[in-house]
Ligand binder design. Structure first.
Ligand SMILES: O=C[C@H](O)COP(=O)(O)O
Length: 249
């Protein structure tokens, strides 16, 4: 019922030359039509990525909540759509931390993304200190409550659980912890959006997903895909994750 979604977030990496990697990713996407393959390059590459490949879904890494105005350096949903994006990540922990984005701001961004007709990937996740203190579940529950728009629909919303301590570190939570967290997120989505919508929303795992651990992570009941950073930069690293997702059906 929920199509698996494997999204690559290139973060502040990549160049026009890096777009050559899309060829291998697109071939894997074509080979495995049951998997939605997304690449979110830096905004400067969205249009070129769109022109290079029509078989990979191109997304943005952030979107401003306003339609236009005095927001130097920011991009609106309409601008991202014009460039070729059909979805946008919002509330990535690197923006929550680096740009001090709050749940309210993330929610406003998600609303703007959805209103423009794109899909929002809303990111949530706890710090290592919060997990060590036993607060991972309430922290993430509060982020879901505060960041997900109340009227989100399953075709416009994806949630990504990314424990901050797993991002770029090579560390991943235990399968039991991922299972517990994703189930909790779906329960919270059900309370907010209703059971039917919540059952259809895709919840991605992110944080050091790679060819070696993807199959185990993607096999978790409420893990509907991955948000992949470092391992999405090359086809050699990303394609095995797409294949692992496809193998799980
Ligand atoms: O957006 C992607 C996540 O932050 C995961 O990054 P990573 O796969 O490099 O740990």
């Amino acid at each position: 019922m929920r199509r698996t979604l494997i999204a690559g977030n290139w973060k502040m990496n990549g160049s026009r030359a890096a777009l050559a990697e899309l060829a291998g990713m697109a071939a894997a996407a074509a080979e495995h039509p049951g998997v939605d393959v997304v690449v979110c390059p830096p905004a400067t590459l969205i249009a070129a990525a769109r022109d290079a490949r029509s078989d990979v879904i191109i997304g943005a890494q952030d979107c401003h909540a306003a339609a236009a105005g005095p927001y130097t350096g920011c991009l609106s949903a309409a601008m991202l759509i014009e460039a070729g994006a059909t979805l946008s990540i919002v509330g990535h922990s690197e923006r929550r931390t680096g740009q001090h984005e709050t749940d309210a701001e993330v929610r406003a961004k998600a609303i703007a993304v959805m209103a423009a007709g794109m899909t929002a990937i809303v990111c949530v996740g706890e710090t290592e200190a919060q997990r060590d203190a036993g607060d991972a579940m309430p922290v993430v529950a509060a982020q879901v409550a505060g960041s997900v728009p109340d009227d989100a629909t399953a075709d416009r919303l994806v949630v990504a659980y990314e424990p901050l301590w797993a991002i770029g570190t090579g560390r991943v939570p235990s399968i039991a912890d991922v299972t517990e967290m994703h189930a909790m997120i779906r329960t919270r989505l059900s309370a907010k959006l209703g059971a039917e919508t919540a059952a259809a929303v895709r919840i991605l795992y992110g944080g050091s997903m790679n060819a070696g651990n993807a199959a185990a992570l993607l096999a978790v009941a409420d893990v509907d895909g991955g948000l992949v950073g470092g391992a999405s930069l090359t086809a050699d690293a990303f394609v095995p994750i797409i294949r692992a997702a496809a193998a799980l059906g």
